[in-house]
Every structure is written in structure tokens, then in C-alpha cells.
Write a protein that binds this ligand. Structure first.
Ligand SMILES: NC(=O)c1ccc[n+]([C@@H]2O[C@H](COP(=O)([O-])OP(=O)(O)OC[C@H]3O[C@@H](n4cnc5c(N)ncnc54)[C@H](OP(=O)(O)O)[C@@H]3O)[C@@H](O)[C@H]2O)c1
Length: 324
């Protein structure tokens, strides 16, 4: 007679997870929690870890900082707006006095390269993100999703590496999105999205798929030097979702994840130091999942190389001491 857990794992989880709806929302979290979570997973003392979080003044980034502060991690909050971030900084500091606020805009490559810190980073949470309503460009002239989700994060990795501000084998965590699952890696859409009839949701989804690919490429090209994870939070009630997707919010608001459950997998990954934790896939609810939910979204190895080639035409990656 199969156990209840076997029944859940073999039948219930696959069916409900395939629905997306009953997986990405709060009900999915509660269901996954029963099967995949170990109650001791987050009972950690992280006072030896330096964790940098981008976009930490609000939403999931703030919640990630709050939970990690309770675990005593030394935190570096990267936020772009001094006024908006001050309150968040003070709140986190009350929990963990060893917290530093860094003002930098993750879409502005120059601003990222000006980041200075006096300690080495063990874990970098690349959380800053947005879904723009209209076509916008970054200070250097790149479409804003490309700049914030791809060029900025890669520049930050490069910068910390170049300045010797990473500890050995740091952990990188990309906070991608389930929206990325709907897209195939598309060089044109990522690097030259159309300005006429621009669709911010599309630009968001293409660059979120690109984060999944980028994370895997980082691992493949330098397995000894860096460990990169990618996760998605499901659907959580944040001001980002409320303002960027008001119709979606209205339809789903009863069942959206709260900040705690939305940030859970980010916190889980940032707080683990396990060797050989899989980086081959997308983490969701503390479990590794496939990179692809739809067969037509699988990119070719040629497309990946073209993607990398395109990135190296834009960014000076020569400071990286490994060929990522
Ligand atoms: N909530 C969800 O259901 C959901 C689902 C899938 C993926 N995600 C991902 O989760 C991450 C956090 O989303 P959220 O829902 O918490 O959104 P949010 O409430 O809008 O928070 C986004 C954070 O990113 C910051 N940010 C945006 N652009 C930045 C830049 N150029 N430089 C520095 N910081 C910047 C924002 O700062 P300001 O306050 O200054 O704007 C804010 O702190 C994003 O990457 C998002 O794509 C969220």
C-alpha cells in the first residue's frame, strides 16, 4: 500500500503543479511545504556569512533581508533611492546592527562599478527587478529590463570579482520569475526590444528567461569559482505586482503568497552552505525544478553562445579572471 507521501509525490503534486495556478499561489506553497520542507532548514546562525541583496528596500528583497537578519547574517543592502531605502535600512538594522546600506542603481553600470565595501561577499542575491509600463532606457541607453535583470547583475559579479570582494566560491542567487518559463531565449527580443508597441510584460519575461540561462552558463563556464542558483518566488503580493499587474492582482489577490512565503526559497538558498546542492534547474519552494515547462521554450547551444557573445560585446568582461 503506497504511503500518503508517495501518493502526493506521484499523483497530486505533478497534477497541481502542472496547473501553475495551484502551484505558484499560497495554496501551492502550503502543499509543497508539507512534502519538501525540513522544519530545521532555516534554523541557522549565519553570523559568519556576508550576504548582499539588491533591491532590498521593498517587497521580496526587503523580506529576504528581514529573515536573514533574524538569522544574524551580515547584510549589505543595495538600493537605488536614498530616501526610500532609509526606513528599510533602519528596520533591518534594529534586527541586525551589522547591516550596511549601499546606494546603487542596478540598471546603471557606472553606479555598480562605484560600489565599495570592506568585507568579502559570500552570497549575492540578485533580486532587484521591475516590469515597466512604458519603454525606458538605463543611463547607458539599454532597455530597462535588459539593464536591470541582466547587464547590471553581470556587472556586479564582474565588479566584486575584479575588486577581490568575493570570498572563495561565492553563491549567487538570481531571483527570476515563473514568467520566464513562457519564453524561449531570444537574442533579438532581449537586446533590441521594439520601442513601437513596446510591451513591458514581454520584455520582463524575456529577460527573466535570460536570467535562467545566464545562471546556468556561469556554472558551466567556471564550476570551480562560483556557484550560481536561479529561483522563482511564485506569485506574491508585493507593491511591484500591485502596480505593474493590477488586473492580475485583482483576480488572484485572495490566494497570492505573502511576503514570507514569496521570499522563502530565496532565504532558503541564501542560508544554505551545503556542498553539491544542485544548480541545474530553477529552484521553487526549496526544490529544484526544470528549466522548461513548455517544450518549445528550450534554447539551442548556439543561441546560448550567441547570447554570451552579445553580452561580451556590451560589457567589458576582461576583468573576470575566469572565462565565464
Ligand atoms: N512578487 C512576485 O510575485 C514576483 C514573481 C516573480 C518574480 N518576482 C521577482 O522578484 C523580485 C522582487 O520583486 P517584488 O515583487 O518584490 O517587486 P517590488 O516590490 O517592486 O520590489 C522590487 C525591488 O527592486 C528594486 N529595484 C528595481 N529596480 C532597481 C534598480 N535599478 N536598482 C536597484 N533596485 C531596484 C526596487 O526599488 P525601488 O523601491 O527603488 O523601486 C524594489 O526595492 C524581482 O526580481 C521580480 O522580478 C516577483
Amino acid at each position: 500500500m503506497p504511503s500518503f507521501n508517495t501518493f502526493l509525490n506521484v499523483l497530486i503534486h505533478p497534477i497541481l503543479d502542472a496547473s501553475i495556478y495551484f502551484s505558484f499561489d499560497q495554496r501551492g506553497y502550503l502543499r509543497h511545504q508539507k512534502s519538501y520542507f525540513n522544519p530545521n532548514d532555516l534554523e541557522k546562525d549565519l553570523s559568519d556569512l556576508n550576504i548582499m541583496i539588491t533591491g532590498a528596500n521593498n517587497g521580496l528583497g526587503y523580506e529576504t533581508a528581514r529573515q536573514l537578519a533574524h538569522m544574524k547574517a551580515n547584510l549589505f543592502l543595495v538600493c537605488r533611492n536614498p530616501e526610500k531605502s532609509e526606513q528599510a535600512y533602519q528596520e533591518i538594522k534594529k534586527i541586525q546592527p551589522n547591516t550596511t546600506l549601499i546606494i546603487a542603481d542596478m540598471s546603471d553600470l557606472e553606479s555598480i562599478r562605484n560600489i565599495t565595501i570592506d568585507q568579502k561577499i559570500d552570497c549575492l542575491v540578485q533580486n532587484a527587478g521591475l516590469m515597466p509600463e512604458t519603454y525606458q532606457v538605463s543611463k547607458q541607453g539599454y532597455e530597462i529590463c535588459l539593464a536591470t535583470h541582466i547587464l547590471g547583475p553581470l556587472t556586479l559579479i564582474d565588479h566584486l570579482k575584479h575588486k577581490n570582494l568575493f570570498s572563495p566560491k561565492p553563491r549567487i542567487i538570481f531571483v527570476s520569475s515563473g514568467g520566464g518559463y513562457t519564453k524561449k531565449l531570444d537574442i533579438h527580443q532581449i537586446f533590441e526590444p521594439t520601442q513601437i508597441n513596446y510591451d513591458g510584460m514581454q520584455a520582463y519575461a524575456y529577460t527573466k528567461r535570460a536570467q535562467m540561462v545566464l545562471s546556468e552558463m556561469i556554472n558551466q563556464k567556471n564550476p570551480e569559482k562560483i556557484e550560481s542558483f536561479v529561483c522563482h518566488p511564485g506569485w506574491a503580493d508585493t507593491s511591484g505586482v500591485r502596480t505593474a499587474m493590477p488586473k492580475f492582482f485583482e483576480k488572484t489577490k485572495e490566494n497570492l503568497r505573502n511576503l514570507q512565503s514569496g521570499a522563502d526559497t530565496i532565504v532558503y538558498l541564501a542560508s544554505q552552505t551545503k556542498e553539491n546542492q544542485s544548480t541545474q534547474g530553477v529552484w521553487f519552494d526549496r526544490k529544484i525544478r526544470s528549466y522548461y515547462l513548455l517544450p518549445f521554450t528550450k534554447e539551442s547551444s548556439e543561441d546560448r553562445e550567441k547570447f554570451w557573445q552579445k553580452l561580451s560585446e556590451i560589457l567589458d568582461l576582461s576583468h573576470l579572471h575566469y572565462p565565464i
